[in-house]
Design a protein around this ligand. Structure first.
Ligand code: AMP
Length: 403
């Protein structure tokens, strides 16, 4: 069966079609600049590519464009949209309502709406995609796969903040965590690679992309994660600061005379790698400068690695050790010097990497175990595949329904 996987943002729709259970990707693409005077529509199969421009007013039109591309004779993915058995949506926030993926019903739509205050930028866009599919192809079952779901297993002492308890009750201010689909996916892959059931493994999964988070996965369950109430907390990211003394925000408001909107922009869009390195937030450029001997690039990479290392120490304490550290996503899969700097810090905790293997990791190959011989904690680079994870959950939900 074919599963259409959708990731709907405020002005874009990313899509893939996967044939399940074979897990074969048939086509991937994007509709960009929705709502702007001119939009871009692109789809790629293994051999063919189609790209055109035309105005796409809203998500309903965007979904129609996706469906038109899937049935386009030039790309020849499918003859009719009837060949789509299900649609799986990436949904950012399931709040405390969902700890697993679900088939979408009216109640699920209401819950996603109810969680909009927790993800005011993302949930409305995800919802637009779901409603557009309901309108355009009403007969096709849809599922919601939440970024937050995997982390709902965290204990209360890990997810609560030490602020007046009433704010948890009033606003649900607590750690939710994000990137759950990716952390879960690579944790399961690690179980396969290490040939051990997840129930016997203590894993630390580092999803390092433009957004970045790290998770303690104790016997298959997320027990702590670095992103918090919002994706701002934790590691240094492309444009986000990650952890900082919260009093800095008050100091800046007072001394720079900026309001809370500007603080929000400062910490989410102007900090992290772009704030520190200024020239770029692309790790490829920082890496290039690092190899040329640039002192700032070295400092930035070391800061980035050191923050990861601190979390690894904390999560080893939380789980009573670790069997493996997993690196994934754009930066995690592609930045050997970062992994090397982190390994140098972590030597005392039983980590160690084979530097040659570390330098040879090529993104999108299956996985690379870069552990040094004799290291008591393994280090493995595993490419993430969130679309496949969404397709798998959607396929399983559908199988469950038909049983
Ligand atoms: P993601 O969010 O997982 O797509 O990751 C995006 C980030 O990964 C980019 O901002 C780059 O900094 C980084 N990245 C992607 N490819 C490479 C590469 N070949 N080498 C180093 N960093 C990379």
């Amino acid at each position: 069966m074919n599963v259409l996987v959708l990731n709907c943002g405020s002005s874009s729709i990313k899509f893939q079609v996967l044939k399940m259970p074979e897990e074969k990707m048939l086509v991937k693409g994007i509709v960009e600049r929705i709502g702007e005077p001119m939009s871009i529509i692109e789809g790629k199969t293994g051999e063919k590519k189609k790209r055109h421009e035309r105005p796409v007013a809203d998500h309903t039109e965007g979904i129609k464009e996706v469906l038109a591309l899937l049935t386009d004779p030039e790309l020849s993915v499918m003859k009719s949209v009837k060949e789509i058995s299900a649609i799986g949506h990436r949904v950012v926030h399931g709040g405390e309502t969902y700890s697993a993926s679900v088939l979408i019903t009216d109640a699920v739509i209401t819950a996603i709406e109810d969680n909009i205050p927790l993800a005011p930028l993302h949930n409305p866009a995800n919802l637009k995609g779901i409603l557009a599919c309901r309108e355009t192809v009403p007969g096709i079952p849809q599922s919601a796969v939440f970024d937050t779901a995997f982390h709902q297993s965290m204990p209360d002492y890990a997810y609560l903040y030490a602020i007046p308890k009433s704010y948890y009750e009033k606003y649900k201010i607590r750690r939710f965590g994000f990137h759950g689909t990716s952390h879960k996916f690579v944790a399961h892959r690690a179980g396969d690679i290490l040939k051990k059931p997840l129930s016997e493994l203590k894993l630390i999964t580092a999803h390092l992309g433009n957004g970045a988070s790290i998770t303690a996965v104790d016997r298959g369950r997320s027990v702590d994660t670095s992103m918090g109430f919002t994706p701002l907390e934790g590691l240094i990211m492309g444009t986000r600061s990650g952890d900082l003394d919260p009093a800095i925000t008050v100091f800046l408001q007072r001394n720079e005379h900026i309001d809370c909107e500007e603080i929000d922009r400062l910490l989410n869009k102007k900090s992290g790698l772009i704030g520190l390195f200024e020239k770029s937030n692309d790790m490829r450029i920082i890496e290039e400068e690092y190899f040329k001997g640039d002192a700032l690039a070295k400092l930035v990479l070391t800061m980035y690695a050191y923050r990861i290392v601190k979390y690894i120490g904390a999560y080893m304490a939380a789980m009573g050790g670790a069997d493996a550290l997993i690196y994934t996503a754009g930066v995690g899969e592609n930045t050997p010097p970062l992994r090397e700097i982190a390994a140098d810090f972590l030597g005392g905790l039983g980590f160690g990497i084979n530097k040659e293997l570390n330098n040879e990791v090529i993104r999108k190959q299956d996985y690379t175990d870069i552990s040094a011989e004799g290291a008591s904690v393994k280090t493995i680079v595993i490419p993430t595949n969130e679309e496949l994870a969404i397709a798998r959950d959607t396929f399983e939900l559908l199988q469950g329904r038909s049983k």
